[in-house]
Design a protein around this ligand. Sequence first.
Ligand code: ADP
Length: 543
Amino acid sequence: MLGLIQDRPLLIQQLIEHAALNHSDTEIVSRTLEGGIHRYTYGDAHLRAKKVAEALLALGIKAGDRIGTLAWNGYRHFELYYGISGMGAVCHTINPRLFPEQIVYIVNHAEDQLLFVDLNLLPVVEKLLPQFKTVRHVVAMTDRAHLPKDLGIPNLLVYEELLADQPGRYDWPVFDERTASSLCYTSGTTGNPKGVLYSHRSTILHAYAAALPDTLNLSARSVVLPVVPMFHVNAWGLPYSAALAGAKLVFPGVALDGASLHELFEQEGVTFTAGVPTVWLALLQHMQANKLKLSTLKYAVIGGSAAPPAMIETFDRDYGVEVLHAWGMTEMSPLGSVNHPKAKHLKLSREELLDVRLKQGRPAFGVEMKIVGDGGKELPRDGKAFGDLMVRGPWVTRGYFKGEGGEIVDQDGWFATGDVATLDPDGYMQITDRSKDVIKSGGEWISSIDLENAAMAHPAVAEAAVIGIHHPKWDERPLLIVHRKPGAKLDKDEMIAFLGIKVAKWWLPDDVQFVEAIPHTATGKILKTRLREDFRDYKLPTG
Ligand code: ADP
């Protein structure tokens, strides 16, 4: 017997409609590329999202067409999220930090019909345009007055003109909730990037889960500033979950340096922010150097790479900000787990609590996790055994766009994350390493993340990376690569002595190399493939 409850489909346009009806005067604030701050409300955003949908229809866009965006976090990008998906097309966010050839590959693979482009990215598109095979129009995300004069982009349209021509009386269509809504390519450190195609249903379920108290704890009292870009897994879903909760949104535009972020946090009374560790390194350095404080910020989500313990502690001790350590992937929309303590943890000492908070957190309801060893055998959830982390759930991918990569889930629907992890009896997951980064020494595994975290606790270290170097006897041994803070003094012996009190002796790096900078991927992770290339001919010291 079926239940007698309505089958209203879960659609993204309902989020903005809800926010406009119930939070019509809640603000959306953006630092713009034209200069200055733009302010409007959910009510205004809803009207303009409808105009976006009308403009797309006028340009001949049909349901299912892919519409590319090359844009930072701002109100026009927000309107595109809703206008494009809401009329049944697919919002394809493109990471402008990718190599040009990757951008060309992605646009052609997605078969983007239109490209919406932020002001400072128009020159990139101008250069690549001859290689885009399906793009009919480029739309400059600005008004006529700010358009650069001699752009060689034929058929260029201007966003504000497109919207000005529309009445804004569009009725959002109702369709199957499994309809594709947005597309995001993984940055793919090896091989071509692969597209993850989200649906309306997966996006709404993810937004519900994201707002929960033990996930991102969003409400109509939150002021949310996503530092994580809207081209990186939909800014971790924040443009959706903020609308669901009726939270004020603050978009930082292109200025993600410590000074610009700090100013915006204070000016707008931001309570919640989210980003990768490298962004927070810059913010903390700026605040330390200028003796600044944070007066309203309560939560900083750190994800994308492991949050170093020193960073969690500094935020907490010096700025009164609680770090929410989160883990996820493009393939998971992206939220997999977020770290909040349980009631029993509140009795722990500061140090004991830090051990809990270092973990990547507990899965929100909807995400199932297990760890497996050789032959796919499930391993115990004892916090000690580590194995390949598998996930499944209603916002986890079941296959890449256009079938790239073939079958990616097993017969029971489990997706292999490529991460190695432990699970403990309280439900906390801890990433030991990315499976391709773990150092295999004499049949045992050394976690590069643990070593990096230990090194980052030294006050002279700005950033640290560990890679495995071939060793004739042990197979691989760790090499520690360190970027020192400006003006700081640190040599190999001091570094090794410092690590000696933190990690087992056989884990100690065989050598330390100092570099001017550590390379990052387009999404802010340490680019270990490049480090391995840079140190390909390097030989570990003998003896
Ligand atoms: P990309 O940035 O390459 O597009 P994703 O953002 O999907 O890809 O990256 C997902 C991967 O990032 C995870 O599989 C994991 O290895 C790593 N990751 C994400 N969050 C964390 C975290 N909190 N701790 C450690 N690793 C993390």
